[in-house]
Design a protein around this ligand. Structure first.
Ligand code: MSP
Length: 478
């Protein structure tokens, strides 16, 4: 029986154009979505953009355009980037979509009606970069550690969500992995946050931020941007805002993100779901953070890598491969073009590309007809699947490259080019050497599909012909 697999990325802020950080999450989600589709699972993959709030309003003001127009422009840049990268999201949700706005209002009204939201006052700090309320404990030398800026002082009346009420229930569920947080060190961090600091009620509305969704029972306030944004995971499935009625694909099997937004996802978000009588996501997976040449990526440093930079230099499939193999998923990674060049040349140009070229050339030259079968290496599939299942993409890829290396070594050792085709059973001998090598290449290509869909298909097509021919080089050297 096929399983359900719903995977999400965060909805990205439109205060910035897409960069390699967003790309990492989105490509990883695409790899998982493609893999689950190939297993026959009923799969839904959601991404989109987060368009309300103080940060976006301020950016639009700077640009001297209306926030909606500004959001439209940047949101379409995300769409373009994902289409260029061959991302197979089933929907692209925007938090300014009419249907999303209506559902958010309906949901908040329900939470208000059940007395989970009350009129309070927030006096404290707010980081506009994070769009989050901050306590002194969150700051380093008075600055937000993520944005290196001093948070603003706030004092305003606000509609407040009874977050603290859900402390015990959520902590229990997280500890028992009913809401699984991976990797384990991230779960431990969250458990310790619950135990040491604990949940406090949180402001769910802003009085002086007009760029947002009006609070349905008090139009002088707009919905706190995170409360608005979280609900995308439901509205992206067509949810109309009705409490207790989960859309068909909910709960999410995997919600992908990086560490910067784990805490809100492990506190406010599941509390909202409990308040709305909806199930919690199964797994939150937190991948690592990319740095560029040892530095935080930032506009002021001028070191931001855009997805189109990678695509232009390496091509779509290689760009996807390089991002996914840059570091163990879940660990922070330091990336650079020098490292990408090296990996491209070693693994793609000299590795996969060269082996395919050598093998096809020999097969064609000797006029061999090979009958190969996709998916015949059960051991390889097992190893690969285990790694995919546990988000070890780098290891999954390593197992494929190990196979390629063995095939390459077999070719070099057995030297079929030295055999005489015209000697008695010459062709049979050559075939005996080349067939298993071709078979390995085909098996590897099949498992590469989630990572490098176009190249993988190309290889599969090439090796499925009765007469295999040498083609254009797959990865020209850089
Ligand atoms: N809009 C919020 C999310 C709301 S979800 C209900 C937001 N947007 S964001 O544009 O800042 O995206 C943050 C996410 O982008 C990270 O969690 C991660 O998935 C990805 N990344 C952004 N920069 C990154 C790196 N430098 N490295 C790896 N991933 C990064 O937060």
């Amino acid at each position: 029986m096929s399983k359900k697999f719903y995977i999400t990325t965060p909805v990205y802020y439109v205060n910035d154009v897409p960069h390699i950080g967003h790309t990492y999450t989105t490509v990883a989600a695409d790899v998982l979505a493609r893999w689950h589709r190939s297993l026959g699972d009923e799969t839904f993959f959601l991404t989109g953009t987060d368009e309300h709030g103080a940060k976006i309003a301020e950016k639009a003001r700077e640009m001297k355009i209306e926030p909606q127009q500004y959001a439209n422009e940047i949101s379409s840049k995300f769409k373009e980037a994902w289409s260029e990268l061959n991302i197979t999201n089933d929907n692209f949700i925007r938090t300014t979509d009419e249907e999303h706005i209506k559902a958010v209002q309906k949901a908040l009204q329900y939470m208000y009606d059940r007395s989970d939201i009350y009129l309070g006052k927030y006096e404290g700090l707010y980081c506009r970069g994070c769009e989050q309320y901050k306590s002194q404990r969150d700051l380093i030398n008075g600055l937000c550690s993520d944005h290196q800026t001093a948070p603003e002082k706030m004092s305003e009346e606000c509609w407040t969500f009874k977050l603290a009420k859900y402390q015990d229930e959520l902590l229990k569920k997280i500890k028992k992995d009913e809401l699984q947080i991976l990797p384990l060190n991230r779960k431990n961090e969250i458990v310790s946050f619950y135990e040491k600091e604990g949940l406090e009620d949180i402001s769910f509305s802003r009085k002086n931020i007009s760029w947002g969704i009006p609070i349905p029972w008090d139009k002088s306030h707009t919905v706190y941007v995170w409360a608005d944004a979280f609900l995308n995971y439901l509205t992206g499935l067509g949810w109309s805002g009705k409490a207790g009625q989960a859309p068909k694909m909910w709960p999410a099997a995997v919600q992908l993100m990086s560490k910067d937004i784990l805490r809100v996802h492990a506190t406010i978000w599941p509390a909202m779901l409990l308040s709305l009588n909806l199930p919690l996501p199964e797994t939150i997976f937190v991948h690592g953070y990319f740095q560029i040449n040892g530095q935080k990526m930032s506009k002021s440093l001028g070191n931001v890598v855009a997805p189109e930079d990678l695509v232009k230099k390496y091509g779509v499939d290689a760009a996807r491969f390089l991002i996914m193999s840059a570091t163990a998923f879940g660990r922070d990674g330091d990336i650079s073009f020098a490292k990408f060049d090296e990996k491209y040349n070693a693994d793609l140009a000299n590795g996969l590309g060269n082996l395919v070229a050598r093998a096809t050339k020999l097969i064609e030259k000797n006029g061999l007809e090979l009958k190969l079968k996709v998916g015949s290496d059960k051991k390889l599939i097992e190893k690969y699947s285990k790694n995919m299942q546990s988000f070890r993409f780098d290891e999954a890829l390593k197992s494929l490259w190990q196979k390629l290396k063995e095939a390459d070594e077999a070719l070099s050792e057995k030297k079929p080019w030295k055999l005489d085709l015209l000697a008695s059973s010459g062709q049979a001998k050559i075939k005996k050497i080349l067939k298993p090598i071709a078979q390995d290449i085909l098996n590897v290509a099949d498992l590469l599909k989630p990572f490098m869909p176009t190249v993988a298909e190309k290889i599969i097509t090439q090796f499925s012909h009765k007469q295999i021919k040498k083609g254009e080089p797959l990865f020209p050297r850089i």
